[in-house]
Design a protein around this ligand. Sequence first.
Ligand code: MEV
Length: 324
Amino acid sequence: MKQVTASAPGKIILFGEHFVVKGTRSIASAISRRVYVSITETDSRYIRIISPEAGLDSVIDPETLKPGDPMLAPLASMLEYIRDTLGYRIIPVTIRVKSELPIGAGLGSSAAFSAAFARAFLAFIGEEDSLELVRKISIVGETRAHGKPSGIDTAMAIEGGTIIYKRGENPLKISLSLPEGYSLIVANTGVERSTREVVEFVLGRADKMVKVSSLLYEAADRLIDLALRAFKSGDMELLGELMDVNQGLLYSMGASSGVIERLLWAARKNGALGAKLTGAGWGGSIIVLVEETLSSVIKNVLVDEGALDVFEVSLGEPGVRVEE
Ligand code: MEV
């Protein structure tokens, strides 16, 4: 039976989430946890979607494209775009999703799903070398999921690596790595939230106090230069401080929460060099920069404080790809 599997990576935003929505620069990197999407031929007349991690087993009628579950709205929008704008015929298939990323945790699971689905679907119908189409389809899914996405999650899922991202510009690929002896820890607060709601709240606050918020947005953009310099010179103490400053700006814009602050402070109190939320906030995930010798201690502290999925990440993993 014909089957194609594609995968795309999750991401962390090192600097500049939220601010990037209004056009400042941001630094993001693809991580080694991925979302896999397999598309298989079926005898059924329905498109069936099975995602154990999301607790989902539902169908979409290929004629009406009406989603059988609200969680499928981004997929239904992508199928509609593929049919109505790109002009491909939608046939019944079975779509299996396997996510190594926690869902709704700020690690780009929805963009990784959209990119992996688009890549798998195009490969399934025999369209190869179609990254531009993958991008177009993924943006439709991500816009349905998140309302006003900057595009950074989609760019990351497709390009992989590490990028400087500015809305409306091609992502600039850069090479960043932590010097020997340092680690970056991701911890999921376990609090799921909607990126769309947090983004709208932050944009609302920015509009309410333009004279102040424009200074914060400018500060977020300038932090990028300092962060790149800190990476280049291997000054991890400075990098940690810059993460703390970025967190302060995100706090000011209303993206933080009690649980995030509690975890960040537990990490800092135990010797972390710096820590911030990553992604949208109000829950989701945090990232913590540590000396490697303290890594186990700080991971245990975060688990004791109630964090889920506490793991170290490497930066710059590959983007969307068809799996053999
Ligand atoms: C979400 O991963 C990042 C945000 O900046 C939203 C966006 O850029 O679309 C919060």
